[in-house]
Write a protein that binds this ligand. Structure first.
Ligand code: ATP
Ligand code: MG
Length: 315
């Protein structure tokens, strides 16, 4: 498979800040690359370079074989970008926004209108099509943003933190859109601060920190390094902590930790261990106020990979 895009040794400095320190990113055609990193890691900067909106100080990047600096116009014809911050016009309606973008992309007006109708329907926005965007909810805006980036039927699409700030149901909507784009053969670069999201969507994940890739691989490979799922138990009665800890430790056959008072966590290899822990807690009649199976947070991923917390946690 040829690379849909490829960035090699990208460096970008803003005064004394090195936003990118020689980053390498690549995705095969039709795949989803997840770029996972905390605030300030360099995600948006990398996306802007790949989108021809920013020139790198060093290194090179190509999209569809075209250089993002020398062949910027050709690159722009291949890509769609949904920015981290809304890019649509608040005073226009959903339809007007999409038609305007279509016209900017040189579509004939009837074609731009037809494309707008099709996209608004696809994103569940037909009813809101004639309303001004300033009346939209955050989730509707995000969907309109995504629709806007698809007007020109891009081969490669960049989604910069497309679900930040969305509630879980809206997040699921965006996830299914990303999946259907990938099914249609579109190559997706998705930046996120959630391992869960990268795990759910990406074929490969590049974890970045301070403008460098610090880990790279399939979600499975990454989880083998940073640890898979964790069971979290909060007994209703703190007197049950000892028994609950013994159960969790015995089932998981791993060290049980207590990251906060009254809370136990233990790494597990799969759902079966979780089910067994639940069964044994019930058997011992231990009531819980919290019981969950989750992937490590970005901060936990960072701590495993780098030995330090993400800056926002440290701050
Ligand atoms: N226009 C700019 N001028 C000066 N510094 C900048 C500029 N844009 C980004 N930076 C700095 O470059 C670094 C990388 O920023 P970038 O926006 O790429 O990070 P990010 O991973 O997208 O973060 P976030 O998750 O908060 O969106 C940060 O230290 C940021 O402060
Ligand atoms: Mg950003």
């Amino acid at each position: 498979m040829p690379w849909a895009f490829q960035a090699e040794g990208l460096v970008k400095r803003y005064g004394k800040t090195t936003a990118l320190a020689g980053i390498e990113l690549a995705a095969e055609q039709g795949s989803v690359l997840g770029v996972l990193g905390p605030n300030g890691a360099g995600k948006t900067t990398a996306v802007r370079i790949l989108a021809t909106l920013l020139r790198p100080d060093a290194g090179r990047a190509t999209v569809g074989g075209f250089d993002v600096v020398r062949d910027a116009a050709k690159v722009r014809r291949l890509i769609g970008l949904t920015g981290q911050y809304a890019s649509v016009d608040e005073d226009l309606t959903g339809t007007q926004n999409l038609v305007l973008i279509g016209q900017l992309l040189d579509l004939r007006t009837p074609d731009a209108k037809a494309r707008a109708v099709e996209l608004l329907a696809g994103f569940g926005l037909s009813e809101a099509a004639g309303k001004q965007v300033k009346t939209y909810s955050g989730g509707m805006r995000r969907r309109l943003d995504l629709a806007a980036s698809l007007v020109g039927r891009p081969e490669v699409i960049y989604l910069d933190e497309p679900t930040t700030g969305l509630d879980p149901a809206k997040r699921e909507d965006v996830w299914s859109m990303v999946r259907s784009l990938a099914d249609d053969g579109v190559t997706v670069l998705l930046t996120t601060q959630y391992l869960e999201e990268a795990d759910a969507l990406a074929d490969t994940i590049s974890v970045i920190d301070h403008g460098k890739v610090i880990a790279n691989g399939t979600p499975g490979e990454l989880k083998r390094v940073v640890g898979g799922q964790t069971v979290l138990i909060r007994p209703a009665d703190p007197a049950d902590l000892v028994t609950a800890s013994a159960i969790a430790g015995a089932v998981a056959d791993r060290q049980v930790e207590s990251p906060a008072r009254g809370v136990l966590t233990v790494p597990v290899d799969g759902d079966a261990a979780f089910t067994e822990i639940v069964r044994r807690l019930a058997q011992e009649r231990i009531a819980v106020t919290e019981l969950s199976l989750r992937l490590p947070s970005l901060d936990e991923v960072f701590f495993t990979l780098t030995g330090h917390h993400t800056q926002q946690e440290a701050a």
